[in-house]
Design a protein around this ligand. Sequence first.
Ligand code: SF4
Length: 400
Amino acid sequence: MSKSPFINIVPKVKDNIIKDENFTNAKNSKLLLETKSTDEIISDSINKNFELKKKNLSLKDKELILKVIESYKKRINNQSLNEDEFVLTKHEINEFFSLENKNILRYVVYRYKYNIYPRLKILEEYPPNIQIEPTSMCNLRCIMCYQSDKSFSSKSAGFMGHMKPDLFKKVVDEIEGKIEGVTFASRGEPTLHKQLDEFLKYCEGKFLGLKLNTNATLLDEKKINLLLSSDLQTLVLSIDEKNKENYEKIRVNAKFEKIMQNLELLKNIREKKYKNSKVKIRISGVKINTDQSVDEMNQFYKEFADEIALVDYSPWESAYDNEVNNIQAECSELYRRIFVWQDGKVNPCDYDYKSTLSKWNANEHSIKKIWNSDYYNEIRRLHKLKERKKIEPCNRCIGT
Ligand code: SF4
């Protein structure tokens, strides 16, 4: 498959987190401009909550929160942090300030595990985050996406389908109270699922970091009401460009005018009915071209979103054809997230969108059993031994 000429970034490695320089607060909160006082406010809040609640915390949680408290002390005194120390990144600061007080320590523990466990290669019984794919189908064929690979997205290839509610509920029942971060996303467009409302309702009150990624092309009044009244922490709209021609070059099958119309509708409904909704809206694109700028995106889209971000590109559209590389770093995905596809297949990542790494199905096994299975550990072991080149497609992947 030949690469689109619009993709002019040739990434060597990919980090799986949102970097501060690729993130902007659309509303330009004053608080967030004064980094130092923000640190002090966060630190005070964690300390206060810790003093009040430490008797009821597990030993592990106590240990992690103390590490974060120490990290903030150092940061406020301009000292550098050790590898196992952690302060919130810009987008996490936004989330932090939207939390109810009772969830502050819970959030700090969750984000510590999300960021630091993959760095230190720490495993617990469950991953910090899970991606659940309501559907593998998509109405778009974006140039940097595996949907543009016909051997994946054509009906006859056998990868397309919608998740059954029973499977969805089985997974949610198992992970409630065990995993804080749940993302409705992955290979398809979640709003294509007819029972998305049932799925969202089923998650109510169960997760701290519930997120849904959508290309926003199919939003209408009903879907917007559903999303804004849900328990989502963040609604992520996948938009990478502010210019019609470029947007349509990237998001093949989408129409720029329709996106702008949907954003207007979303904004109007939000202002009218959901002024106090906790759902944060993030416009997030993939940086595939050097001309894309998060600041320009912010100028253009700030009235429609709370946050604007660009994430690193990985050549997903040709995962199995990319050249074998010499990367030896252990992959963070093996410690951070697990992916449940619509048919129950469970995979360590979505770079491997045809799930050649998968030996598991959530219909038959628990997430805990899969995450801790011998084969999962064998993949981790090879990565640790710097032998990821022995695994397809890790040998072609730039994820670290
Ligand atoms: S293909 Fe391998 S290296 Fe790449 S993200 Fe997946 S598990 Fe990690």
